[in-house]
Design a protein around this ligand. Structure first.
Ligand code: UD1
Length: 423
């Protein structure tokens, strides 16, 4: 059967400037948040990626009209009704669950298919439910659907999250904005995308303060007082970090623009620790390297710790660095799938539980490999540019979920890379 692949060939360098797109993880939630505005909201700087298409379809299923003009989405939620988010879409993308909070906020009821492999009470969305339950929402399962209702209405609450979950913070926040009274979310996630969401909610008339800190305060307002808004999505720190890894791997200098450098403080510190030179601008970061990469230790943690979404890319750097690096994954279980593919290219990696020991080798070799996930796929393409010969990367739909025109942007930086249909 014909399949589109990415072919990455040994390249001399990655150098020049690349403009990063809007943050995937922000734009997805902004589209969901538009439900609360009950009218046509305009969201700028939305990346052209397949996950955004899925989220658009989710809100369309609920009755919204979504129109795209370049990087601007017009999300008209006037006609949204108390419908359901179907399994075909939710099973493609877990983030579909983020319509739960705004739907409950608007209708006092929501029906969303359970993402595959999850059960109420089990890991993954338990904290979303705990947060919203304290606002007065009750949940039940109905033939594979999660049904949320709050006949008594939403009321403010003092909520403490067990773990600073991004999704749970967002869903709880989007319901609490229209709850009666005051809500405090403690141990809230502090990711820049949470701040972006709070800014859009405030532009719609909500009263959220403290986003970006671990305590978020929300003064509930009546749903009727909310209105549509115009908002610009923040830059994608993970896309930026991925290109910076490319520059660090190949030498650079490589500049990413359209990103607040403070979003990537931990990643840029690690690049420096690995022997790179890093220059920070107002909305740009430049990386270059003239000496061999050095091993380092990395632990993924919720923001402002080292992002789990850059773990695979830094594992690639560690794979060709001098010395042995230790990488500890604390946020997700089983997030080392990428290591097995990189080992097929000659990397030496030992995995035990959630630790990886990466012994640097002096070169990688091109090989046929498969994207295991979004970030791992992007890292494999970079690995192919540094490796001897040719690397064919399959299952590239993972990459298309989150990177707009990845191949085009790499080519513009001097990479020898192409998409091709084979088979
Ligand atoms: C978001 C990002 C993802 C990023 C992650 C952590 C989106 C669309 N995705 O995912 O790219 O890697 O943040 O920065 O924004 N957990 C539970 N119960 C819950 C919620 C989470 O056990 O109710 C666990 C998860 O299984 C995971 C960890 O907590 O092990 C972190 O999850 P969370 O911060 O919620 O990540 P997401 O919002 O799913």
């Amino acid at each position: 059967m014909a399949e589109e692949v990415i072919i990455a060939r040994e390249s001399k360098n990655l150098t020049g400037t690349v403009q990063v797109s809007g943050a995937k993880n922000s734009a997805l939630k902004l589209i969901a948040a538009a439900i609360l505005g009950q009218g046509p909201s305009t969201i700028h700087n939305v990346p052209l990626i397949s996950d955004i298409d899925i989220m658009s379809q989710v809100v369309e299923c609920l009755g919204a009209k979504v129109q795209r003009q370049g990087h601007t989405l017009q999300v008209d939620t006037t006609g949204v009704q108390d419908g359901e988010a179907p399994y075909e879409l939710v099973s493609k993308m877990r983030a579909s669950i983020s319509v739960l909070g705004p739907m409950v906020g608007r209708f006092g009821h929501a029906r969303v298919a359970m993402p595959g492999g999850c059960q109420i009470g089990a890991r993954k969305i338990d904290m979303h439910l705990v947060g919203m339950s304290q606002l007065g929402v009750s949940f039940q399962m109905d033939h594979g659907f999660l049904e949320a209702s709050c006949p008594e209405g939403l009321h403010g609450a003092q909520i403490y999250l067990e773990f600073a979950s991004v999704g749970a913070t967002e869903n709880t926040m989007m319901a609490a904005v229209v709850a009666k009274g005051h809500t405090t979310i403690e141990n809230a996630a502090r990711e820049p995308e949470i701040v972006d969401l709070a800014n859009m909610l405030n532009a719609m008339g909500c009263k959220v303060s403290g986003a970006g800190n671990s305590t978020i305060e929300i003064e509930g307002v009546p749903l009727e007082s909310l209105h549509p808004c115009e908002h610009r999505t923040v830059g994608d720190r993970i896309e930026a970090g991925t290109f910076l890894v490319g520059g660090a791997l190949m030498g650079g200098p490589l500049t990413v623009t359209g990103i607040d450098p403070s979003f990537l403080r931990m990643a840029t510190m690690k690049l420096q620790a690995m022997g790179c030179d890093v220059q920070l601008g107002a909305d740009s970061i430049t990386v270059s390297r003239t000496r061999p990469l050095q091993a380092t230790d990395i632990q993924t943690l919720p923001h402002p710790g080292f992002p789990t979404d850059l773990q695979a890319q830094f594992m690639l750097l560690a794979a060709v660095a001098e010395g042995t690096s230790r990488i500890t994954e604390n946020v997700f279980e089983n997030r080392f799938m990428f290591a097995a593919e990189l080992m097929r290219m000659g990397a030496t990696i030992y995995i035990e539980d959630h630790h990886a020991l990466v012994e640097g080798v002096d070169h990688l070799e091109g090989a046929p490999v498969e994207s295991t996930d979004l970030r791992g796929g992007a890292a494999l393409v970079l690995a192919g540019l540094a490796a001897e010969g040719e690397t064919v990367i399959r299952a590239i739909h993972h990459i298309d979920r989150g990177y707009e025109d990845y191949v085009g942007k790499l080519e513009a930086l001097g990479a020898n890379v192409e998409r091709r249909v084979i088979g």
